[in-house]
Design a protein around this ligand. Structure first.
Ligand SMILES: *Cc1c(COP(=O)(O)O)cnc(C)c1O
Length: 301
């Protein structure tokens, strides 16, 4: 359904997938495997030289191809954290974002974010299960059994932090079976359309601006420092604008009717509206926008 490269799959590619609880767990596992792989090469005494780069806040997507090429040159292992956006890749029109994924070591998405599955359910694919297993496996006598000894089964206890596992596959399977791929695609596309609609509303009010390009169903916006449309044509500095937007978000969220998050992108405080809940419709987006406008108006007057 995601069209991942075969190198990430059990079926013939040598890779494999596992359901975990959360992205944080999945990243911890892949990071542990990466650490051990690297230390095997450079020696345990060089632990202090290892570096991790983290890169998310505004729904931006890194250009995977060029990034993985550079990573390869510098012996860097790459995990693609598509916790939120990963669900969109069931739609062919979003798959261009995955160009270059062949160069990565692992990929994960949260089915509990934008794929109608209840918390928790993170899907992780790795190219080299052996690296994960080497870092995480436990093999005490009391866990030995015929199936494991014969190497005919996947021992998922060696692909995760905990030993025991919940039956998460059941709820994901139910989502896949009950909606079907075309309904799931429509669900994602519907949310993206609503986010575009919200962008359109922002464009009609000169006080507001979309700060970073929208890729999926999340819009990062703010009251612009150039608060045109205000009777006083008041100019705000960036610091003041950040403070204003922070207060605006606080007052909106305090109503309990709309809940949005925020991020700071290159020093700019942005408010993030994400369309993602199962029952969200245009009326909710319009209502949220009205709420935002009214709060902005009250704060400006
Ligand atoms: C939500 C999110 C996470 C955290 O996911 P958990 O499942 O709560 O650990 C990590 N990375 C990105 C990009 C996210 O969107």
């Amino acid at each position: 359904m995601l069209n991942l490269p075969i190198s990430f799959l059990f079926s013939g590619g040598g890779g494999g997938g596992v359901l975990q609880g959360t992205t944080c767990e999945a990243i911890l596992c892949t990071l542990t495997a990466a650490r051990d792989q690297m230390l095997d090469k450079i020696g345990r005494e060089n632990m202090g030289k290892l570096v991790v780069y983290g890169t998310t806040s505004s729904n931006a997507v890194d250009p995977l191809g060029p990034l993985c090429d550079i990573a390869k040159d510098y012996n860097i292992l790459v995990h693609i954290d598509a916790a939120y956006a990963g669900s969109a890749f069931i739609c062919p029109e979003f798959r261009h974002f995955l160009q270059g994924i062949e160069g990565a070591n692992s990929f994960s998405l949260n089915a509990h974010k934008w794929f109608l599955t209840t918390l928790d359910c993170c899907c992780l694919w790795v190219k080299e299960p052996s690296a994960l297993i080497k870092a995480l496996s436990t093999d005490p006598e009391y866990l030995k059994n015929k199936a494991s000894d014969s190497n005919q089964v996947v021992d998922y206890k060696d692909w995760q932090i905990a030993l025991s596992r919940r039956f998460r596959a059941m709820k994901l399977w139910l989502v896949l079976r009950s909606y079907g791929v075309s309904n799931l695609r429509n669900f994602i596309r519907g949310h993206v359309k609503m986010a575009k609609h919200f962008e359109g509303l922002i464009a009609m009010d000169k006080r507001f601006e979309v700060v970073v390009p929208r890729n999926f169903a999340m819009v990062c916006f703010r009251i612009s420092p150039l608060m045109m449309g205000n009777a006083n044509q008041k100019l705000l500095g960036e610091e003041d604008a950040n403070e204003f937007n922070r207060k605006l978000l606080e007052s909106i969220n305090a109503t309990g009717r709309v809940y949005m998050t925020h991020a700071v992108v290159w020093g700019v405080y942005v408010i993030s509206l994400a369309v993602g809940a199962t029952l969200t419709d245009y009326c909710h987006v319009n209502k949220a926008w009205k709420e935002i406008q009214e709060h902005a108006h009250t704060m400006q007057s």
